[in-house]
Ligand binder design. Structure first.
Ligand code: LGS
Length: 499
């Protein structure tokens, strides 16, 4: 399955010719989805309105405000729940033909299966979807983007208890039934590979659990937890896909996939150890979820390192996994160097620690790309082409949507400065050029979503960083287009300097 993997890894980013930047919308296939993305907790606000239940993130931000950089929360966020009509108008002006958003599970089923459907929650998404379609904007919907009803967190530890599988299956079914006549693009989970690490290994996201030696919540939790949570997520995903394929797809004609967070790892040196380490990092990042979905097994590298800490699939689970996804969503923000931590010791406190890899943005004092506000995230557009090629080769030329890609800046509370975001313009232009090049190389990329439509609540960074094409004043809720929004609109409409 991994044909060509070594070749991809050996093609150092440093020696790749920079992509031509003469970017034009016409280079992309007809029907290509160009959009922007958000998620429910990050933009909606209205956290206790119209029958919504408390979510795990509502409770986490209220009880652990010290874990959020500015101590704030998403109670109001962008107030999108009340301003969605204005936001749809903004998207229309921007010229996007798709919008990626997530549904708040706690708005639809405040107590999970127990308490019934909240019709006001259904009505909100009905209105949003209808408003989008009226403007010719295709809804691209995520079912789980980190938030779930708090009651399910207390009952199952979120993803630790197998009972959550039935809950997700029910929630997905309610959504297919309510919205599937109009929604043609579904994804089950956003970045389960990232949030299981943050939630069950590093103690940074709810339910704030750690696996020794990682994280700083020494609660003695077991090393198995991230992998148990992932296993339950994979099976919840598989059940929802099975249901959609059996009961909805023929009638509704939509597609279903899953979104994985994908850094690209470049070996720090030419040593065999570092080359193998970069492969191992990719395995723990990408193969962890996609190998079971495509090949019915966890990757060999993970099994060798984790042995019985990694669950096994039962024959029944393997059967269920055989339902193929229609596409893979790729969230890609950065490439980074990987250094082996097996043959020589290094500090294991980063995201890649469980793969015994140390990730670093520097090689011989030279950075891999221009740094962004998020530590460890650099502007390395060639990494996008590499990650797409990699997924294309390993997973049978699967259809790909780039579901997130974006540039962060520190919020300095100076609107003039924040809207003059040339760094973001360069970033987006570079990454889009590399997607275009990957398509020319044969990859089936069919859509691209900028993270994010507008500045919003950035999880543990709170409001300290801004990712939006639109600046949001969180006091007045005024949205203002940044230079990048104007650039994107010019690119999309074929007018202006990019035309
Ligand atoms: O807001 C999120 C964006 C922004 O940057 C979105 O909800 C997520 O799906 C996604 O993870 N996003 C994202 N990822 C790159 C940075 C991840 C944070 C890791 C911090 C490590 C120090």
């Amino acid at each position: 399955a991994a044909t060509g993997v070594a070749a991809v890894l050996l093609a150092s980013l440093a020696i790749l010719a920079p992509s031509a930047r003469g970017l034009n919308r016409g280079e992309f296939p007809t029907g290509f989805l160009f959009g922007a993305a958000t998620s429910a907790y990050q933009v909606e606000g209205a956290y206790l309105e119209d029958g919504k239940g408390l979510s795990n993130w509502d409770v986490f931000t209220h009880t652990h405000s010290g874990d959020i950089d500015d101590g704030r929360n998403g109670d109001v966020a962008d107030d999108h729940y009340h301003r969605y009509m204005e936001d749809v108008e903004i998207m229309h002006n921007l010229g996007v033909n798709s919008y990626r958003f997530s549904i708040s599970w706690a708005r639809i089923l405040p107590r999970g299966k127990l308490g019934g459907i909240n019709s006001a929650g259904i009505a909100f998404y009905d209105h949003l979807i209808d408003a989008l379609l009226q403007k010719g904007i295709e809804p691209f919907v995520t079912l789980h983007h980190f938030d779930l009803p708090y009651e399910l967190e207390t009952r199952y530890g979120s993803w630790l208890g197998a009972g959550i599988r039935e809950e997700f299956d029910h929630y997905a079914d309610v959504c297919f039934q309510a919205f599937g006549d109009r929604v043609k693009f579904w994804t089950t989970f956003n970045e389960p590979n990232l949030f299981t690490k943050f939630a069950y290994m590093l103690g940074a996201y709810p339910p704030k659990r750690c696996s020794p030696p990682f994280g700083n919540c020494h609660s003695g939790n077991s090393q198995q937890e991230p992998y148990i949570a992932a296993h339950n997520i994979l099976m919840s995903h598989a059940a929802a896909v099975d249901n959609y394929k059996k009961n909805y797809q023929a009638k509704q004609g939509g597609l279903i996939g899953i979104v994985i967070s994908m850094k690209f790892y470049e070996p720090l040196t030419n040593s065999t150890e570092d080359i193998v380490a970069a492969q191992r990092a990719l395995s723990f990042e990408i193969h962890w979820f996609l190998d079971p979905i495509f090949f019915g097994e966890y990757p060999k590298e993970m099994r060798e390192m984790l042995s019985s800490n990694l669950p096994e699939f039962t024959p029944a689970e393997k059967m269920l996994l055989q339902n193929r996804v229609d596409f893979i969503g790729v969230n890609h923000y950065t490439a980074i160097y990987a250094k082996d931590c097996i043959s020589s010791p290094c500090e294991l406190n980063t995201y890649e620690g469980n793969a015994l890899v140390f990730a670093t943005g520097e090689k011989d004092g030279v950075r891999i790309g221009k740094p962004t506000a998020l530590g460890g995230f650099y502007d390395v557009p060639e990494g996008m082409e590499q990650v797409i090629k990699y997924v294309n080769q390993r997973y049978e030329n699967v259809t790909i949507y780039v579901t997130e890609n974006g540039y962060s800046e520190y919020n300095n509370n100076n609107m003039e400065d924040m809207t003059n975001d040339t760094g973001r313009v360069n970033y987006l232009e570079g990454y889009l050029s590399c997607i275009s090049s990957a398509i020319r190389g044969g990859a089936k990329v069919r859509g691209y979503f900028v993270w994010s439509l507008m500045d919003n609540f950035e999880w543990r960074f709170g409001f300290t960083v801004r990712f939006g094409l639109y600046h949001v004043d969180f006091v007045t809720q005024q949205r203002t287009p940044k230079k990048s929004a104007k650039w994107y609109r010019d690119f999309l409409t074929g007018s202006g300097p990019m035309g």
